[in-house]
Write a protein that binds this ligand. Structure first.
Ligand code: ZN
Length: 282
């Protein structure tokens, strides 16, 4: 086993559900574009690819065939051993089974687990009701898929602790803090420090900050021993007024920052060890 103490995992959140080509013309939409984007991000240093899929018109989708095509295209790149993390959110308004079915069929190593319902970006309700969270947690356990517990505000951590207590989630937990999303907590360093103080000993965690919080949250995360998420799901601008060229551009910057801090980007197999993922056959 390699020494993992200086390794940090970079996840690339490729498209998400909300950004559009109007926000950034370089956003990937089709399965082929997403798979190529994942490959370039992996080459730049990402160990995990967090995947959403889109319909042809760019709207969010939970179409199983699109997930399958995307994953197959990634797996067809023979040298690429990136860990696959599939969203369980899709977007708002999808039925529970639609959200769970692709995970159980495609068996990614990780899947997002949004631990509570929130008012999403002042636009709509992102629903993750108790029945759905129980079903999803148990389905992920059955399929040996590690939940990436997405946290938008502190109450969601207490929800996770409840599901841990009743056996829907199993320790060690892995948390993904997403800060700066309207409806959630603001993208401040103080909030990140507070959230990290609430998670159980032995948990792993990563963070990302949206918009103006992108760099401060990334640098604080590095300083605090966390892992990093970057990508167009969270940020379409590379810096103020400058649209990102690609997800790989974000990954490359994160890797450079790690290296400047005397750290290294974890390989996918190192990420599997750090997060306790089960490598699936591919
Ligand atoms: Zn996502």
């Amino acid at each position: 086993m390699s020494d993992l103490r200086n390794k940090r995992v970079i996840s690339a959140a490729i498209t998400g559900s909300w950004p559009t080509r109007k926000d950034n013309p370089n956003l990937s939409i089709t399965p082929q574009e997403i798979a190529d984007d994942v490959y370039e991000s992996w080459k730049a240093g990402a160990a995990i690819a967090h995947i959403h899929v889109r319909n042809g018109d760019g709207t969010p989708s939970t179409d199983f065939n699109k997930y399958k095509e995307t994953i197959d295209l990634i797996r067809a790149k023979k040298d690429c051993d990136v860990c696959i993390n599939i969203t369980s959110s899709g977007s708002v308004g999808f039925k529970d089974e639609e959200r769970i079915y692709p995970l159980k069929q495609l068996l990614p190593e990780m899947a997002s687990y949004d631990c509570g319902t929130l008012n999403w970006q002042h636009r709509t309700i992102f629903e993750n009701n108790p029945q759905f969270l129980e079903k999803l947690g148990l389905a992920l356990q059955e399929s040996n898929i590690k939940p990436e517990i997405e946290i938008f505000h502190a109450g969601m951590i207490y929800e996770a602790l409840h599901y841990l207590k009743i056996g829907v989630l199993k320790a060690p937990l892995h948390f993904q803090f997403v800060l700066g999303c309207p409806g959630g907590m603001a993208n401040t360093v103080e909030n990140l420090v507070f959230l990290k103080s609430l998670i159980p000993e032995g948990s792993t965690w990563a963070a990302c900050g949206i918009a103006s919080g992108h760099m401060p949250i990334m640098m604080t995360t590095i300083a605090m021993g966390g892992h990093i998420r970057v990508g167009m799901e969270d940020n379409v601008m590379y810096q103020k007024g400058v649209p990102a060229e690609s997800n790989a551009q974000f990954v490359a910057r994160a890797k450079r920052l790690l290296e400047e801090a005397g750290l290294e980007a974890a390989t996918p197999d190192e990420a599997r060890q750090i997060f306790g993922l089960t490598r699936k056959v591919f």
